[in-house]
Design a protein around this ligand. Structure first.
Ligand code: PMP
Length: 380
């Protein structure tokens, strides 16, 4: 008998099972009885009637798909409106929309670097930035988490173009990068700064204008931001924001832009409606941050080990991967959906419950969430 070429996959599955690290796909229940602290719908806009109506109208007007790549038939007037309004809202000269935030990050890192560029990357960066570094022809050095001095040292030792890459809000623990200090460190040697603001847009800055706005850096020279449309805007897709020549360069060179089908009209219409809502109702961002703080106070008051949130992401430490999975399942059975992070998604081997605060949480829902999470916590 010939050898099964996929035998090694079975070995991997067995090892995963032994370590308690098996991942399963479970459809999200459609019932409204579950309190959702697991999604990234920070502003509660994914189901907002104006947003879903705009998405439906866009599909009816422009079709279910965009029909081609952006440079051929995949650009509708909705795409160009979204790009103009997103750039203006966040305080940048121009924006370019991609199929996902992941694709936007791959594009930004690869298009802004070349052989001979030094990339300085924070150790806590999102997988999409890491993959962008791997895809680029540049040399990447990883620096300790949130350490501008280490960045300065790397930049000082390098002669030539450099790109510093960081998340604004780190997706595992919800802590923030020291953006103002990083920008200052980049200024002298003329390094570019790329900030992934996936968790900052809609939550940080005035009325949710994002992390660059919060740090007083919106539109700053040398700064490029990426965002996702799939979290606070409740839709799907990603974007790169920056100086007009950088965006024009991406249109002409970013492979995930040129060789990918344009974003579907429905999600562009949905994201545009969310953005307009956010402009009209700027208090949503502050409400989301306040909900995060209230959840954090309640958890720490009850003696749980929760990281103080800088935005809407809340991380609560669990004793191990199996305890974290069990804890999340108990919460879910009690009607509170929470996320669960464990290796290899978290490189340091610490397992966590991951909660997302939302602007539309009521006092009763916050109390219910706290009661459930505390009651089901593993006893050590
Ligand atoms: N960056 C960060 C920090 C993220 O958390 C995510 C989503 N998990 C992404 C980028 C990717 O965005 P998208 O889901 O739109 O591809």
């Amino acid at each position: 008998m010939t050898r099964d070429p996929f035998e090694w996959i079975g070995d991997r599955a067995a090892a995963r099972l032994r370590a308690g690290l098996v991942r399963e796909l479970r459809p999200r229940p459609a019932d409204a009885d579950v309190l959702d602290l697991a999604s990234n719908d920070y502003l509660g806009l994914a189901h907002h009637p104006e947003v879903t109506r705009a998405a439906a109208d866009a599909a009816l007007r422009w079709g279910a798909g965009s029909t081609g790549s952006r440079l051929v038939t995949g650009t509708t007037e909705l795409h160009t409106e979204l790009e103009a309004e997103l750039a203006a809202f966040c305080g940048f000269e121009a924006a370019l929309v991609f199929a996902t935030g992941y694709a936007a990050n791959l594009a930004a890192v690869t298009a802004l670097t070349a052989a001979g560029t030094l990339i300085v990357s924070d150790a806590g960066n999102h997988a999409s930035l890491i993959d962008g570094c791997r895809l680029s022809r540049a040399e990447t050095t990883v620096v300790p988490h949130r350490d501008p001095e280490a960045v300065a040292k790397e930049l000082g030792a390098h002669d030539g173009p450099a790109l510093v890459v960081t998340d604004s809000v780190f997706s595992v623990d919800g802590d923030c990068a020291p953006l103002a200090r990083l920008a200052a460190v980049c200024r002298e040697p003329g390094a570019a700064l790329l900030v992934d603001d996936a968790h900052g847009l809609g939550v940080l800055g005035e009325g949710g204008r994002g992390s660059a706005d919060a740090a007083g850096l919106a539109g700053a020279r040398g700064l490029v931001c990426t965002v996702t449309l799939s979290k606070s805007l409740g839709s799907q897709g990603g974007a790169v924001l920056g100086p007009a020549p950088v965006i024009e360069h991406l249109v002409n060179s970013a492979r995930t832009f040129i060789f990918d089908t344009g974003l579907a009209p429905a999600v562009v219409g949905g994201a545009l409606a969310s953005l307009r809502l956010l402009r009209r109702e700027p208090d949503r961002a502050a409400s989301a941050r306040e909900a995060a703080h209230r959840l954090h106070w309640g958890l720490t008051d009850a003696g749980l080990d929760a990281v103080a949130p800088d935005a809407c992401v809340l991380s609560v430490r669990a004793p191990g991967p199996e305890a974290a999975v069990h804890w999340a399942a108990e919460c879910r059975a009690a009607g509170v959906a929470v996320g669960c992070f464990r290796p290899p998604s978290v490189p340091d081997g610490i397992s966590r419950l991951r909660l997302s605060a939302r602007a539309d949480l009521t006092d009763e829902q916050i109390a219910e969430a706290l009661e459930t999470i505390v009651r089901t916590a593993p006893r050590s």
